[in-house]
Structure formats: C-alpha cells, structure tokens
Write a protein that binds this ligand. Structure first.
Ligand SMILES: C[S@@+](CC[C@H](N)C(=O)[O-])C[C@H]1O[C@@H](n2cnc3c(N)ncnc32)[C@H](O)[C@@H]1O
Length: 218
C-alpha cells in the first residue's frame, strides 16, 4: 500500500508543489533580509510575520515530504502531531503514511484562516480528511489540550521561535522512540540546544534538507 505514489494523492501533490513554487508575495518582497531574519526569530511578532506571509505556501521540500512519509511508515506512526499546516502539503504526506500504517489520526494546526480552509480542501481532494483534525488557531493554545495519550511523530514547521515551546506542550505524550522532525531548525538555536543536550531525553542529528531529526529516548 503506497497512498503517496497513487491517485488521487500523487497528481494532487504534483499540482500543489507547482502552485506553491509559483506563489509570490509583495509584502515579502518589500521586507529586507535582516527584517525577515529578525521577525522569524521573534517570540512576540510571529503572528504578524506569518500574517504578512499568508500568500506564500512555504511547504516542506519534495524530498522532506517523501522523508516524512518514510519516517512515519518506518515508525508505524498512527498518532501524529504537526505544528504549521499552511496549505496542507506536509499534512498530506503524514496522513498518507498514517493511512498506510492501518489508520489513526493526524492533528495539525494553523492560525491563518484562509490557509486552514485551503488545507481542508486539499485533504478532501486527497481523500484523507477523515484522518486529519485541523485545529485553527495559535498552536500555543490549540496544542495545549486534547492531545492523544501517545504520540508517535511530531513535525515542527510553524514559527521557528516557538519550536521549544511547542515541543514542551507535546513532550509528555511522546512515546519512547517517538520521532521529532524540525524543518529549518537552524533558525531555532534554542530548540537545537535543547534536543542536542545530552540530558534532554533526546538523540538528535541534523539530517537531509535542513531538517533536525530527533528521537525521544526512554
Ligand atoms: C513553513 S509553513 C508550514 C508549511 C507546511 N508544513 C507544509 O509543508 O506545507 C509555516 C506555517 O505555520 C503557520 N504558523 C506559524 N506560527 C504559528 C502558530 N503559532 N500557530 C499556528 N500556526 C502557525 C504559518 O501561518 C504558516 O502557514
């Protein structure tokens, strides 16, 4: 069973990656590189920053998408949490893996309402809606309650400045051996210091296309 490589998901992802590549944002074009870097690391201005980026899809790369599917399959993940849905490209990969593992639930969260609506539409097109709960709002609220007792895989792909806070919310539910994939983690030095610290309860390595791959130990 490989939902990723078959219709309707395979042609849908090809179309969505192409649309994502073509998306532009005048607001971002006007932002200097320094300003963008500063806002990306801010713990107080992240909502404003991502509101300005709302026209951009900012998806995981095609390779990271495939990697997510492979890791979730290898971990036999049936309970997945994602921070940062955007238009749903990474969510589609994770939900495909959960389906091919025999079913389960992906909880994903996004605060931008237009993105939530498009992500739900794409999940319906991919035939994966019944596996995914899209929580609309700030992850610091939406992931602070009603999490599954045991979580097999966590994808961090929202505001980089919040990776450590979101991990702290989910951490009590991560099963031993759970995987944490943090995209573009180089922009989150606080998070990297935490998961790489020997006493933190994780094993962690930089991996693939600007990803930090960590495993909950014990
Ligand atoms: C890099 S994009 C996610 C891309 C998505 N994972 C994919 O591969 O298609 C980051 C998304 O996280 C959302 N986001 C950022 N901070 C958030 C927060 N605190 N709560 C919920 N969503 C947030 C942004 O609006 C943006 O759409």
């Amino acid at each position: 069973m490989n939902t990723l490589a078959t219709a309707p998901l395979s042609p849908l992802l090809e179309r969505l990656f192409t649309e994502a590549d073509a998306a532009t944002s005048p607001a971002v074009a006007e932002m200097s590189r320094d300003e963008r870097q500063r806002l990306m690391q801010s713990k107080t201005e992240y909502l404003d920053f991502y509101e300005r980026l709302k026209d951009l899809w900012l998806p995981v790369s095609r390779e990271t998408g495939r990697l997510l599917y492979m890791l979730a399959r290898a971990a036999k993940a049936r309970s997945v949490v994602e921070f940062g849905t955007s238009f749903g490209i990474s969510t589609l990969h994770l939900a495909a893996a959960v389906r091919d593992n025999g079913g389960g639930r992906v909880i994903t969260t996004e605060f931008e309402p237009a993105k939530v609506a498009r992500a739900r539409q794409h999940l319906a097109e991919g035939g994966l809606s019944e596996l995914v709960e899209v929580r609309a709002g700030d992850a610091l609220q939406t992931l602070s309650s009603d999490l599954p007792d045991s979580i097999d895989l966590l994808l961090l792909d929202g505001a980089k400045s919040l990776y450590a806070e979101v991990l702290a919310l989910v951490e009590p539910r991560l099963r031993p051996g759970a995987l944490i994939v943090a995209d573009n983690a180089d922009n989150s030095p606080e998070y990297l210091a935490h998961v790489r610290a020997p006493a933190s309860g994780y094993l962690s390595v930089p991996f693939a296309d600007d990803v930090e791959l960590s495993m909950r130990v014990g």
